[in-house]
Design a binder for this molecule. Sequence first.
Ligand code: SF4
Ligand code: SF4
Length: 715
Amino acid sequence: MPKDYSSLKKKITTALENPERGKTLLVAVKRGRDARRDQLATLENPEQFRESIKEIKTSSIENMDALLAKFTKKCEQNGNKVFLARDGKEVVDYILDLANKKNVTLIEKSKSLTTEEIELNHHLQQGKKDLAVVETDLGERIIQLVNEKPYHLVFPAIHKTQSEVAEIFTKATGNQIPNDLTAIMDAVRKHLRPTFLNSQLGITGANIAVAETGSIVVETNEGNARLVSAVPDIHVVVVGMEKIIGTWEEALKLVMAHPISATGTRLTNYVSIVTERLPLGGLSKENRELHVIILDNGRSKMREDPWLKEGLNCIRCGACMNACPTYGVVGGHVFGYIYPGPIGIPWTEEVHGLDKAAEFAPLCISCGLCKEICPAEIDIPMMIAKVKEEDVEKNGQLTPNKILSRSDDFAKLASATAPLSNWVIQSRVSRSFMDRFLGIEKKRKLPEFKRKTLEKQFKSIKEPVPNPKSKIVYFVDIAANYNEPELGVKAVGLLQQSGVEVELSSKLRPSGMPYISYGELKKAKEIAEWNVNILADYVEKGYDVVATEPTAVYCLKFAYPKLLDNSKKSLDVARKSFEYFEYLTLKGDSQNLKKSGKISDSGTIGFHIPCHQRALSSGKFTIAALQSAGYQVKVIETGTCCGMAGTFGLKKGPLGYDLSMAVGKPLFDLFNDESPAIKIIATESSVCTTQLEDGTKCELVHPLNLIAVNDSQKK
Ligand code: SF4
Ligand code: SF4
């Protein structure tokens, strides 16, 4: 019996029942996304910058052993002590030993996720009863006072409102703190000052450790780490071994990358470099000690894991949290264990174990947005799919996931028996049965199946194209074959009219994306291999590959190569794969379009960018084609997902429809606010179409149905 995620579902429902908290979170993550976007726009070459971050991290992880040895040697030469801790317990034991030897009773800390990872504060206080450990970062202090875990990697108390913070400090200080920012900050300063002055030992994390000089870099916006590292006689740094890089040149790039991605600023307020222990205020250097504890805790194991090692490239900027549609709705106490958000899933799996990670991994709906925003371009969605696979292997697959993964078999059968199948599927009895026993939400409109699939019609619509300008093989996927073959017919017709020879292979299978989403990677790999083998033969014969479904192109260009270890064939196919309108543009035909005449409305067309299309062109070719056909187009977007996420939104309950609609709500509101000026939404994704039909008052139309080729231009 597979586990039913009842605790996760309960937490999601509770989160959805608190719309006020939801709104606060959505505003905060959007602010983070917007600030980052604006800051990136000031860079001369943002893509190159991203590439350089990826390169620095990848090569550092490759050379981790050598860098670790070099850092240790240099750091010790600077007069410091270096200790390599295999796990959290060794860190705790080391610091407790130090605290006992030096009679330490008060420790101050600056924000450090690495110490959160090993629950350092708790274990220190358990190990030495007269020891107090005080967090000095405002967000960390707030969550310490209320005994919670971080809600966000960068802003641990992002979920707390100002009035809640005032209350927390009222309780902590015994003084009535009014709900006023200046008053709160004043109270916090007074509250923390004795800690800064009296701590005998300060613990910081490190954003970077630089091997060439054995130095560490600590970045904070509040300046607290500077006091924590400078005032007490003993400074202990706890740094994850993945933070070690080679040179200062690299370090400077990371120092830039952190604030741009984390807070959308050019530089963090306080960048402290610690190389050796210096006297405080001209006093003696005697008794001043620096201990650097380098933590492994699963990182070496992670480095050996071909699927998860990329996670070590994480620079902890938190940007993936700001992009993740489900995190943005449920927050870090549902979407996280200690490490919250997208990267929290693989990290939790590595450092806290599969069971903890599997508790929130199903919240990933495989939209791919975290990878898009990540400054180190980490393929977080695929790492999560791997975690899900391990979970499925251990705990079994849920019934709706099983059914929806096999939607290609289902579509084949339903289409072969249509229209009877449609009647059966749509009947109230069937929908109730599916809802109750299969977990498919009965409120969700299901697509109709057509008996005359595109495949069946292809022979009759295929036309000889004399002297074709190019040849393509159409990767059809499910919707344009079984549900909307007329769309497929239109796609083929337009290309042929533009002088492109079109082929179809009935051997090709649908993209298999649901297998990735539900953690059945072996199956996904099998499909990838199958499709790539067929398509590679076409590519070798000079064909290009074109798809009308953005997710299909996403699979061809990104998911298949990843599943197939970047095999030559998969990369050849990826290079030759195109979105439909991208291809029309490439062949110079997107300028020769006119309105199809099917739509009488002359207003502006609202355009929705499906998530997987963001990794491709963000719809720019389609928008340009619609504009060249004479439409006014307005992109309406929240910057994240519509919530449908393939088949996720078809499922019943909190881990499906409920969450899906909550994710989509801000986008629905935007479209509905534009109504009646916008009555039509154009989008290329069949599943986004279903979601927007359910959530908005607008009519959904595929862009292909809005255009025709100018007669004078027909080849
Ligand atoms: S793929 Fe999408 S849903 Fe999954 S973790 Fe990344 S951003 Fe979140
Ligand atoms: S995974 Fe990427 S986006 Fe997320 S915190 Fe790490 S570096 Fe930032």
